[in-house]
Design a protein around this ligand. Structure first.
Ligand code: DX5
Ligand code: ZN
Length: 221
């Protein structure tokens, strides 16, 4: 499968995000990962749909919007209209509202012709999102607890990745995009890909690199 690298602008200088997006595209990024935090589902607050709207004209790359927010349905319209290409929402946030909220939110995202995905935290079994694999264009397995960049990769994610890739194949979606987010480095990328991931988010690894193009190439290899 094609390996895609999604640099996270969470690690960019927020006074110069546009510049960072251009730089990542030039360095060979495949997607731009946009970490949206609301101060409720996770402690920090980052940005909302306006950021997506402003960076949209600056890049050809798909904008991968990872919503770490408590009430995702309230924001889908804004992100879709701002130009998001993929919107992912957390199982935990949705399950806290109602049993059908995740499915309903994915359907809402699709109604805007935007790709959708479900996310599980490190302490949520991947089986929880098996029922929505059929609807998802991508699934996202967190390999750190969301909220902050620069954390250490949680190794139990590898086992979950294998299960996710096997289940995707079993339901006739062997090419499903399976994304991993948190603590990815040049050292652990090979094991993550071998376990079944094909979309790798990288925050600090690329933004702290003296040569982001070389780091992106190394993560892909
Ligand atoms: C964590 C975010 C991640 C984060 C990854 O809440 O969802 O996307 O930016 O950063 P690194 O690669 O530094 O772990
Ligand atoms: Zn993220």
């Amino acid at each position: 499968m094609q390996i895609k690298i999604a640099p996270s602008i969470l690690s960019a200088d927020f006074s110069a995000v546009g510049e960072a997006v251009r730089k990542m595209e030039a360095a060979g990024a495949d997607l731009i990962h946009c970490d949206v935090m609301d101060g409720t589902f996770v402690e920090p607050i980052t940005f909302g749909g306006q950021m997506i709207k402003n960076i949209r004209p600056l890049t050809e790359l798909p904008l991968d919007c990872h919503l770490m927010i408590a009430h995702p349905q309230t924001q889908i319209k804004f992100f879709a209209e701002a130009g998001a290409d993929i919107i992912t929402v957390h199982y935990k946030a949705c399950a806290a509202i109602s049993e059908s909220y995740l499915e309903d939110t994915l359907a809402l995202i699709k109604s805007y012709n935007v790709k959708c995905g479900a996310v599980v935290n490190p302490d949520v079994p991947v089986e929880k999102i098996f029922p929505v694999f059929g609807m998802c264009d991508m699934v996202l397995l967190m390999s750190v607890f969301p909220g902050y960049g620069g954390q250490k990769f949680i190794p139990s994610t590898l086992e979950k990745l294998k299960k996710a890739r096997e289940y995707a194949a079993a339901v006739g979606k062997p090419e499903l995009d399976i994304e991993v987010d948190g603590g990815i480095t040049e050292e652990n990328a090979a094991a993550i890909k071998a376990a079944g991931a094909n979309v790798l988010v990288a925050g600090s690894a690329v933004f702290r690199s003296p040569d982001p193009a070389a780091t992106i190439a190394a993560l892909k290899r």
